[in-house]
Structures are given as structure tokens and as C-alpha cells.
Design a protein around this ligand. Structure first.
Ligand SMILES: NC(=O)c1ccc[n+]([C@@H]2O[C@H](COP(=O)([O-])OP(=O)(O)OC[C@H]3O[C@@H](n4cnc5c(N)ncnc54)[C@H](O)[C@@H]3O)[C@@H](O)[C@H]2O)c1
Length: 355
């Protein structure tokens, strides 16, 4: 298979998991041998077909380093689960814009070197897909990188909650340029949102009338710190709306990140509470905690997304990829049930035309 040439915007924890993933799965040949990846092959592509050709950041301890070193440089604090060989991809300095919020200033040092011409670097390195992994509060910077992707003729994957793929105006511009766009706000493999939806759907399918439910998170990565300051509200809206789609009736639903606890590192504790009535109107409650490491939780879904976007590029499909966004993101342009999103995504991979 040809390589999938990816540019990373933001070499944080999530980027670290992604880069490590290529090397962790590189030598696995059989679907039955794979642990932790939903699909070893997608559209014929294996994770090892992903090649990182450019990387942009602003952190003084990452800029100028090879990507293989930068992914393990502080303040990144996620798990190391694979050795990454030298990649000969230097991390380049992009513009800071709104990348560093007030709280992040305590842990992030902005590099003093001049900004590179991002679109030119993307073109020079033949990047095909720009993956946006900026902090969730970096709304302006996310939009700025979407512009650079357009200028350079790259598809755009928005893992952040900035409203880009779900904005019809952006989708139209990418469509006009003949480029795919997907987003917004990636859904984790076993994250709180997906688990919450599955729990609610199972209870509702089995006749339980859920009346109230909340899901709250505590984490210790830089992303949790940024969320605390800048995106708590938006994340709560996105997550709540996404979770509400799991119930066929109205209930009181609250879902969203809550707090930062530094000693958790990249670990995340997700708390779920559900109350409802079952047979005879008898009350039930469910109280649950999920403990996970944040960044690897994005890996499996992200590899599906990158390969699906490459499939779209191969087939000349442009604009908003509704099935990919609904399958892999919390705020897709078109929200739908889990089953419908899965069905549409499978259909897309098999070659079904969406629109
Ligand atoms: N499980 C997951 O990790 C997961 C799931 C869903 C969504 N996301 C989203 O992915 C994004 C990345 O998450 P993360 O945990 O890797 O965050 P992170 O804080 O570890 O990484 C962000 C990186 O962006 C860099 N950065 C900041 N401003 C920049 C700028 N202007 N230009 C270039 N680089 C800049 C930072 O220095 C840092 O390296 C977040 O928006 C998050 O909401 C992550």
C-alpha cells in the first residue's frame, strides 16, 4: 500500500500515542493477533502505512527535536508503550496564537525561534492529511491550521472540540478544494462518552426509564488543565448532546469534564451515575468508575479515522465525510445513533456513496 502522509499539529500526549502506535503494531499481520486496535486493516491500510512527514508545536522542549524524541518530552506525561526509531522529522515552530491559556502558562514554555511557513512546509513534505491535536482551548489556532491545510491541499482531521468540521462553511470550502474534512472532538475507544451511551442504551433497551444521569471526569494531563480554564462549558455541551442521543426519550443528562489533579499524570478517572425505574416502577441506581490513560484511548479511533480519510482521498471524495465524523467524533456535522453511525462507517469503507 502507499504511505499515508500525515502532518501532526500539536505534539502532545495524543500525538505521542499515535506515533507509538505505528511501532507497537508494525509487525502484526493477523487480525486475530491484534490487541487494542479495532481493525488491523482498513481499506487495505495497516497502521504501519501511516508516515509522519511534518510536525508543528510551540513548546521549547519539543521544537527542533526529532518527532521520535519530542513525543516523550515534557510536559507530555502519557505512557511509553513502544520504542520509536529516529524519524528525521524535526518538530517545527508554528504560531502560538491562543495555544497557551493562562493555566497552561505554568507548564508550557513557548519556544523563541521564528514561526515557519506552515503551508509551505506541508507542501514541501508532501503532507496529505493534517491531524489537529492542539489543546481544546486553542480555537483560533485550530482554525488557522485548517486554513493552512486548505492552502497546502491537505485533508483535515479535527480531534479538538473547536467547531470546524461541524461548521457548514468550512465543509463547503474543503469540498470546493476537493479535500475531505472530519471532526469535531474525537470519541475515545473506551472513553466516558461512549461507555455512558452504551450503558444508557442498554438500560433503555431493557425497559428501564432513566430519569437522571451524570458523568464527570478528573484528569492530570495538560489537556485536563486547559479544559478546566477554557473549555469546560463547551465540552459539557458537546458531551451532553452526544450522550442524549443514546436515549429515545428526554431525561436529565449532564456529561462533561470537571477537574484537574496533577498527580494523576495522563490518567483519567471517569465517574458515572444513573438513576431510573424498572419493572413495577421500582427505582434503580448505577454508580461506576472507569480508570484509563487518556492518550492511548484516542489511538484506535484515530487510526480508523486517518485510514478512512486516506480512502476518501484515494476515491476522490471531498467535503464533510458524514459517516466518518459520526462514527469517530463527539460533535459530528450530523449526529446519529451509535448503530447508524457504525453501519454508515462500514458502508463507507466498503465503497457505499454517502450522498
Ligand atoms: N484521548 C485523547 O487524548 C483525546 C480524545 C478526544 C479528543 N482529544 C483532543 O485532542 C487534543 C490533543 O489532546 P492532548 O491530550 O494530546 O493535548 P496536549 O496538551 O498533551 O497536547 C497539545 C499540544 O499542542 C501544542 N500546542 C499548543 N499550542 C500550539 C500551537 N499554537 N501550535 C502548535 N502546537 C501547539 C502543545 O505544546 C502540546 O504539545 C485536545 O484538543 C483534546 O481535546 C484527545
Amino acid at each position: 500500500m502507499p504511505k499515508i502522509k500525515v502532518a501532526l499539529v500539536g505534539v502532545g500526549n495524543c500525538a505521542s500515542a499515535l506515533v507509538q502506535g505505528v511501532y507497537h503494531y508494525r509487525d502484526i499481520e493477523k487480525e486475530t493477533d491484534v490487541v487494542g486496535l479495532r481493525r488491523l486493516f482498513l481499506g487495505g491500510y495497516h497502521p504501519r502505512d501511516v508516515e509522519f512527514v511534518s510536525a508543528f508545536d510551540i513548546e521549547a522542549r519539543k521544537v527542533g527535536k526529532d518527532l521520535s524524541e519530542a513525543v516523550f518530552s515534557p510536559p507530555n506525561n502519557t505512557l511509553k508503550f513502544a520504542d520509536v526509531p529516529r524519524l528525521n522529522v524535526p518538530v517545527l515552530k508554528g504560531p502560538a496564537l491562543d495555544g497557551v491559556g493562562e493555566l497552561l502558562k505554568n507548564v508550557v514554555t513557548i519556544d523563541g525561534s521564528p514561526d515557519v511557513d506552515v503551508a509551505q512546509k506541508l507542501r514541501e513534505n508532501d503532507a496529505e492529511i493534517v491531524v489537529n491535536l492542539l489543546p481544546s482551548g486553542a480555537t483560533k489556532a485550530s482554525g488557522w491550521y485548517a486554513e493552512e491545510a486548505l492552502k497546502a491541499g491537505c485533508a483535515f482531521v479535527n480531534a479538538t472540540p473547536a467547531f470546524i468540521a461541524s461548521d457548514a462553511a468550512w465543509a463547503k470550502r474543503f469540498e470546493k478544494a476537493g479535500l475531505p474534512i472530519v471532526g469535531d472532538d474525537l470519541t475515545d475507544q473506551v472513553g466516558a462518552t461512549i461507555l455512558h451511551k452504551v450503558l444508557l442504551k442498554t438500560l433503555s433497551d431493557r425497559g428501564v426509564r432513566v430519569s437522571e444521569t451524570y458523568q464527570l471526569d478528573v484528569g492530570g494531563g495538560t489537556e485536563s488543565l486547559d479544559t478546566l480554564e477554557r473549555t469546560r462549558e463547551v465540552k459539557r455541551i458537546v458531551k451532553t448532546k452526544s450522550v442524549e442521543t443514546a436515549l429515545p426519550y428526554k431525561a436529565s443528562v449532564v456529561a462533561g469534564s470537571t477537574d484537574y489533579v496533577d498527580f494523576l499524570g495522563n490518567r483519567r478517572d471517569s465517574y458515572f451515575w444513573i438513576q431510573g425505574l424498572y419493572f413495577g416502577g421500582v427505582p434503580m441506581q448505577l454508580d461506576l468508575r472507569l480508570n484509563s490513560v487518556d492518550a492511548p484511548n484516542a489511538g484506535s479511533v484515530m487510526f480508523d479515522v486517518i485510514r478512512a480519510v486516506k480512502v476518501a482521498l484515494d476515491r476522490g471524495i471531498a467535503g464533510s465525510l458524514l459517516s466518518v465524523s459520526a462514527y469517530a467524533f463527539k460533535r459530528p456535522p450530523q449526529a446519529m445513533s451509535l448503530e447508524k453511525a457504525e453501519e454508515m462507517f462500514e458502508g463507507f469503507i466498503r465503497g457505499k456513496v454517502e450522498r
